[in-house]
Structures are given as C-alpha cells and as structure tokens.
Design a protein around this ligand. Structure first.
Ligand SMILES: C[S@@+](CC[C@H](N)C(=O)[O-])C[C@H]1O[C@@H](n2cnc3c(N)ncnc32)[C@H](O)[C@@H]1O
Length: 273
C-alpha cells in the first residue's frame, strides 16, 4: 500500500478518457473521472505540476508558436501556464468533458471550447496542436483515430506541428498498474481520499481497460471510473501518420528526449503537416 501523504503521478490516471464509465450527472461517452464534477475537481491535485515532465517539454514549443490548440485540454493547466508565462498569441483549449472545462474556464486569456475536434471545422488556423497527458490514447477506435488525425491536419497551417505522446506498448506499463497499491490524496480540509486502480482487461494487442475507485469521507464518494486506453505500436503509429499526410520530424522515448526503444516508456511524436 502507498502510504505517502502526497499523490504520485499515477500512470493509470492520466490519459484515461473517452471509452466508458459515465458518472451520475456526467456526460455520455466520457469517463467518470472527467465527467463527474467532484472527480474532475481532483484532477490537478492527482497530477501535480512538479511530477509532470511533459509540461517542460511542450511549453517551449507553445511559446514559439503564435497559435496553439490543446486537444483534450482537460482543466487547461498547460495553456494556463503558457498564458501566465507571457504567451501573447492565440491559445485555444478543447475538451468534450464539461466538468473539466468548468475548471479551465475560471482562467481568462485562453479560448476554451467544448467538444471534439472533428466538429470544430478549423481550417489552417494553428501553428501547433498538442495532445498531452496521454489524451491521444483515449481515442480507441480506428475510425475515430483516422477522423482525429485528418481533423488535426486540416486545422494546422502548412508546415504546422502536431505534438503528442502515447505510451509505448513494449514497456508494458499496465503490469505495474496491476501491482500498485492505492494512492492517497489529502484534501485541503485534511480529509483523506484513497484511489485504487484495478486492471480489468490487460493488453489484448490493442487496448488496456482499468477501473479506478475513489473512496473517502465526501458526499460524492465512493465513485468509480472505467477507462479503456489504446496502445499503438511504434511502427503502426508512424504508418498511420504518414498515410494521413504527416511528416514525422522528431520522435522520443521519454521527455528527456532519449530515443524510442523497446524499454522507452513513451512514443513522443512531432509530426508536420
Ligand atoms: C488525462 S486527461 C489529459 C488532460 C490534459 N491534456 C492534461 O495533460 O492534463 C484526458 C482528457 O482527454 C479528454 N478526452 C476524452 N476523449 C476525448 C476525445 N475524443 N477528444 C479529445 N479529448 C478527449 C478527456 O475529457 C480528458 O480531459
């Protein structure tokens, strides 16, 4: 059991989304984790900034681009930090989960949009599109993935960049998730919450499904959220991007820019229109 008083960055918790598990008062098709207002309010504390290596990777790119779209922006913490850091161009965050966006919208200076990219009709509007926190893995079905990539390409200016990460299936991280004990989160009023992750369907060559259970002294608890994430093989991801008309300009196996390899945790891609 994890008895640390502060949360660790749970690999099972970031990057969920899309597939299943609608919460009471939630949104059909969105994981309870993002649709349930109380669980959404925990997100930024469960993913504390100091444990996130991805922000320091993406922020310099964001500051270099005049127009940036964050697809699956969640609570908007990345674009909020870019704006607070002096980004003076267009910053736009898009997410289908209203409960996450409600938190993002407390911050001015960024355009916050509700929905999915294919419905936005963007044409050549962004120099950079990012998908962070493994939001890309929430896109499970082939058709939805093809639609997303076409919509990203359409929304980018010629030469524009799509930057995102997906976990490397060769690293088999779900085996660690299955062994981890619960996370604990201390609420500002001192109450303790416990979050347990249980892998219900291990990797089937394509996806992993897991259930997270949130317990503690709060009227909204206990609550559960079921997520299915897609894990794309490196070569399959490269083929799909090329078929969609992207040129892969950089790829890394982690946020320190080490190469992609069998033991690398991530496949981080910068693909150009
Ligand atoms: C793990 S969170 C990541 C949030 C944020 N990008 C971050 O780095 O903290 C995944 C987000 O993807 C969103 N999501 C789920 N399905 C999506 C889809 N089809 N298109 C875009 N975003 C989606 C969820 O609502 C959720 O806010």
């Amino acid at each position: 059991m994890n008895t640390q008083p502060q949360p660790r960055l749970s690999p099972a918790r970031d990057g969920g989304g899309g597939a299943s598990g609608t919460a009471p008062g939630g949104t059909a098709g969105i994981d309870a984790l993002y649709a349930n207002p109380y669980l959404a309010s925990l997100y930024d504390r469960l993913q504390p900034r100091h444990l996130r290596g991805d922000f320091d990777f993406y922020l310099p790119m964001i500051h270099e681009a005049q127009s940036v779209l964050d697809v699956g922006c969640g609570t908007g913490s990345l674009l909020r930090e870019a704006h607070a850091g002096g980004h003076a161009g267009r910053l736009c965050g898009l997410d289908p989960a209203e409960s996450m966006l409600r938190i993002a919208r407390q911050y001015d200076g960024v355009e916050w949009l509700s929905g999915v990219l294919a419905d936005c009709g963007f044409r050549e509007q962004f120099e950079l599109i990012v998908m962070t926190g493994h939001a890309f893995q929430a896109i499970v079905e082939d058709e939805e993935l093809a639609t997303l990539l076409h919509s990203v390409r359409e929304a980018l200016v010629p030469g524009g960049c799509f930057a995102f990460e997906t976990r490397n299936p060769d690293a088999r991280v779900w085996e660690q998730w299955a062994q981890e004990g619960p996370d604990r989160l201390i609420e500002p009023d001192g109450r303790t919450l416990q979050v347990t992750t249980r892998v219900t369907v291990p990797f089937d060559g394509r996806c992993v499904t897991f259930v997270e259970t949130f317990e503690g002294d709060h009227p909204g608890l206990p609550a559960t959220s079921c997520s299915t994430l897609r894990f794309m093989e490196h070569h399959a991801l490269c083929d799909l991007l090329k078929q969609t008309g992207f040129r892969i300009s950089e790829q890394y196996g982690d946020f320190r820019r080490n190469p992609v390899g069998p033991h690398a945790p991530e496949i981080i891609t910068l693909a150009r229109r």
